[in-house]
Design a protein. Sequence first.
Length: 314
Amino acid sequence: MAGAAPPPPPTQTAGPADPSATCTLVEQGAMVHVFDTASLAGGPYYVNDHTLVQGRDGAWHLFGIFHKEPMHDELEVDFVHAVAAEPDPAHWQAGSFEAAAEPYRIALHADRSLGETHLWAPHVVPWEGRYMMVYQSGGADENHASIRLAESEDLYRWTRVGRVPLFEDFCVARDPMLVRREGAWALYYTRCDSITGRHSGVAYRLSHDLVHWSDARMALTLEHAPTMSNSGYTESPFVFERGGSFWLSVSAYPLAWDATLVYRSPVPSSFPDVPYTRLRARAAEWVFGNHDELWLTHAGPGQRGVWMSPIDGM
């Protein structure tokens, strides 16, 4: 939904945007080009919203929106699959992730017979010997956006769970993230607060079985940001717990093509409308190391794949 831009500069330091914050400055280190699409036949290609998950054998798997340059989000119908054999993210380097088949492996392709008009923003988590993937598959219009589920036993072969979406929602609802917490599932996703309000936000729903879902509640609503029909200030939400706090990051392309805002809260269900810090990344995911290290990923049109930078101070 925005034009291409070059990768972020090597480092940046940002102070807490929340005046009540007490942690040290947040520092973003140099970017490493962990998945390079430049060598893939038939390109140039870009990867947009993506996810990383570690398999049972220790190898890491990357899945992401995959399309030829230039960007055309409504024609994004494939998820690419790349693998890094190195189990420790601290040792990843340029080209650590490789497409495992020639010219590349596609994990999932849009199924028009199910009403899938595109494939956006996969997120994969392990569960009871399987792997579950949530994603957005388009829909009849911007107020009937579908969130769907697929599963795999080995991260290589994927099967959709059911023929109907888990649910539909408005404001181009998209970019789902699935997390298991306290015996239940929480699914966070980009959505504005209401059809009439149009304030960018992050919604969440709860489930005990990945089939029946609660009504949407808002974890974040940006009441001070200009209203938009597609919740553009809160794309690519990612929620995690660290250091006794819950953190929520979002991409805010109206601010800048590579603006990632990070919010902090004592609870995972409500975040204040004041960012803790701002980093430089698009469609960011977080990767957690074996020794408490923390990395932020970056991708998008013009980036030739996926990058990763270390984060200190959170």
